[in-house]
Design a protein around this ligand. Structure first.
Ligand SMILES: Cc1ncc(COP(=O)(O)O)c(C=O)c1O
Length: 500
């Protein structure tokens, strides 16, 4: 294909399709390079002949990749209210810090003494995370939230092994994110599912009835992926602990709680943090992100090696000699650039700022919930936390199609919860989980709300046109509610699509 091909067509091809023999950029050749020491089998590559690489001019390459970068919807382009696995805005300051040569150019295998700054950062970050969450110790190694879950569950497993207790069951609420049962199964556990009450909280009685000597832990996120804070959390923690079981916190929703309440104080024993949700780092989509895992002191000996800690002389060191450790979960020390970004976010906000982050996340979600409630009634009749669950069941169109249309108006679709959707629970058919995040301004929230209404109006118009057809004949159907329909179209207000 010709590199000068139309923009639309060019988007669908790779640089290999655009390649044309002889069409290269200019290179700088080393006049002293004679290829003498290059083994025969590598000489074609060394002299850059017959490498199989595409041949394009520099400008063609730049245009191709610039087009590709614009061919996707990202948080840098528009609001991204995808509930649960939310991608919140990544401040560019984080990137600038991670790009500092002292961080970006270190090699993980170089002597520790040659990178004291990075080691101090690891240690400080662990301490900040412990303070934010109320835990005692952290490992920064896990490469994503799901990897943090695996690490935490292996820690729990090792704990019970060392106590010579054979506990094989992990309890998981039916509203949990799919990675919870997946991680439990990968850690060798059997999952048992706890139902949710009609108020959206964990069914404590059902949990009680499932407790026995086999239960290792309950995995829970609070607020849940229904956007609700579970007020029974202390009772849940006590009931589990009385049974000798532990409480695992899926920290994906910690962004609703910073500076307000701490999982460690609620009774959780183990936690992972999704740094992409709470601390504004890129989302690894299972990795390469970061999912630091924190534990209460009694679980600290089982954390993966190396453990970064301060020794008796006050020096920060990596400890490898930890006989009870679950071993390594990641090469070296984890995804350093992501960790630097998370650290930068914590320092740039400070304690007060982090509290404001959570307060604004909750405020924005409630604003969306109440502003859209006539069109998309809340599934639970109460205030939400950082995300709201709204019912799309009354729409005159498949909610899947509804949310996809939002992309055309510059809004990323929210997560759909329910059968047949991009979902993690079958319970709430066709509900939308909307998480606007704290970074969106009032103007952006209002615009987002307007786009939801615009799609609803399109649906109403289409339905009206069909139901009132034919339109090209002299004799038409008798329409009784046309004025109501017209006024709905004129006013920039919600349409009750059922009434047309
Ligand atoms: C509640 C919950 N748990 C776990 C995960 C998995 O995290 P990750 O995608 O970082 O592996 C997510 C995704 O963000 C989530 O929303």
């Amino acid at each position: 294909m010709n590199p000068g091909t139309t923009l639309k067509a060019a988007r669908r091809v790779s640089v290999f399709d655009l390649s044309q023999p002889g069409l290269g950029g200019s290179g700088i050749t080393d006049p002293d390079f004679d290829g003498e020491h290059i083994p025969d089998e590598l000489s074609e590559f060394a002299t850059r002949k017959n490498t199989g690489l595409p041949e394009l001019s520099e400008v063609d390459v730049v245009r191709h990749f610039t087009r590709l970068s614009q061919d996707t919807f990202g948080v840098d382009l528009g609001p991204y209210p995808l509930g649960s696995c939310t991608m919140k805005y990544n401040p560019k300051r984080n990137d600038a810090m991670a790009d500092l040569p002292g961080f970006a150019r270190v090699h993980p295998a170089q002597p520790k003494d040659s990178m004291p700054g990075l080691w101090t950062l690891f240690h400080n970050l662990q301490e900040h995370l412990a303070e934010i969450t109320g835990m005692d110790a952290f490992t920064l190694q896990p490469a994503a939230g799901a990897h943090g879950e695996l690490t935490g569950l292996l820690t729990i497993r090792r704990h019970f092994e060392s106590k010579k207790q054979n506990r094989s069951v992990i309890l998981i609420p039916d509203s949990a994110h799919g990675t919870n049962p997946a991680s439990a199964a990968m850690s060798g556990y059997i999952c048992k599912i706890i139902p949710t009450t009609k108020e959206g909280t964990l069914d404590v009685e059902a949990m009680r009835s499932m407790l026995d000597g086999d239960v290792a832990a309950l995995m829970m996120t609070n607020p849940s992926t229904l956007g609700l804070f579970d007020p029974n959390i202390e009772e849940i923690a006590k009931t589990l602990h009385d049974n000798g079981s532990l409480l695992y916190y899926d920290g994906a929703n910690l962004n609703a709680l910073m500076g307000l309440v701490r999982p460690g104080d609620m009774g959780f024993d183990v936690i992972h943090i999704n740094t992409h949700k709470t601390l504004s780092t890129p989302h690894g989509g299972g990795g390469p992100g970061a999912g630091p895992c924190g534990v209460k002191a009694f679980l600290e000996p089982y954390l993966p090696i190396p453990v970064v800690t301060r020794n008796d002389h006050g020096e920060i060191e990596a400890q490898f000699d930890r006989p009870l450790s679950i071993g390594r979960v990641k090469s070296y020390f984890g995804h350093v650039s992501i960790l630097i970004k998370a650290y930068c976010y914590i320092l740039s906000n400070g304690a007060e700022g982090l509290r404001m982050v959570s307060e604004n996340a909750v405020l924005n979600a409630n604003y969306m919930q109440s502003s859209l409630s006539d069109l998309l009634p809340p599934v639970f009749q109460q205030r939400c936390m950082h995300e709201c669950l709204l019912s799309g069941g009354d729409l005159d169109v498949d909610p899947f199609d509804f949310v996809k249309r939002l992309i055309d108006f510059g809004v990323h679709p929210p997560t759909l919860v329910g059968a047949g959707c991009v979902h993690f629970s079958d319970e709430y058919d066709a509900a939308m989980l909307i998480e606007p995040t704290e970074t969106e301004s009032l103007a952006v929230l209002d615009d987002m709300i307007a786009q939801f209404r615009k799609v609803a109006r399109e649906v109403a118009v289409a339905r009206y046109m069909i139901e009132t057809a034919p339109h090209t004949t002299d004799v038409a159907k008798i329409i009784t509610d046309e004025p109501a329909f017209l006024s709905m179209l004129e006013a920039d207000k919600p349409c009750d699509s059922k009434s047309s």
